[in-house]
Design a protein around this ligand. Sequence first.
Ligand code: GDP
Length: 311
Amino acid sequence: MVVTQLPRFHYLVFKNPPPSFKFFPKPKVPIKSTASTLFSAPKSTLSTTEPIPITDFSLPDEPKLEISLDKLFVPPETQVSCDDSSLSTRILKGSNIVLSRYARDAQVVQAEFVKSSVRTEDCPSDGLPEFALVGRSNVGKSSLLNSLVRRKRLALTSKKPGKTQCINHFRINDSWYLVDLPGYGYASAPQELRTDWGKFTKDYFINRSTLVSVFLLIDASIPAKKIDLEYASWLGQNQVPMTLIFTKCDKRKKKKNGGKRPEENVKDFQELICGFFQTVPPWIMTSSVTNQGRDEILLHMAQLRNYWLKH
Ligand code: GDP
């Protein structure tokens, strides 16, 4: 059973609850929001920067991450305490995400392609919650989608001619959607097409009321790209809930010409975007080769989804 492979969830109730963090980062330049229900938690006043050792179930050569308390993503209705010794067991491996009591029903039992849409209005109208995967061409989006649903070729649908520029909906367990959006930054795409792409996906981000979170994929095997930073800042400024998914974290060979390891690129990327956010967005390190981060993404999606459904 898949469920037995998922990390254990420990939820504790504190006698004197500390202030909780915002569910999603609130940009410094707020514009219009359609996802306001997910932004309501009060800002944390926790000031400690004491690093928290993250419980390490990883391969011996995987680095141990340390994250300060103020860099954690704490879902709403979840409490953390500076002196909570079990906190490290409640943080998803290779991420900054604390588990909440909403992390249930995470496993994928069934996945099916539903439809390709060219406009937001044409997307499925059954009101099920959805998560959109987006990233630069070649970032590993199809590989990640296939890994999440444990199917080798499901995402091929999105690569078929005629569907690459569409919003592709995949229904999971008959209860939620994974949405594959067109890759951006494809150098050989004509300028006209790139502009259209911008308009069409931006409309989807702003107007799709069932969008729970965008999953922005970033290649962790290379230094931050300008277009990815621009994308992250646009999502932040438009208050579109965003999770950063760092891909290709198995590519560990340090390149001779000053290349950095994935965890260094992950840290650099966050430092570069922190100016656009009051608190850090949730992030997860992944690899479609080793399946690192797969269960963590599904648990994160489950807790966002279950919270969204309840509110
Ligand atoms: P897409 O264009 O974003 O859909 O990217 P693909 O999933 O087609 O992957 C692009 C290339 O990156 C392919 O050659 C994949 O085999 C490779 N790739 C994707 N994910 C990973 C990963 O996690 N690790 C490594 N080492 N390579 C990957």
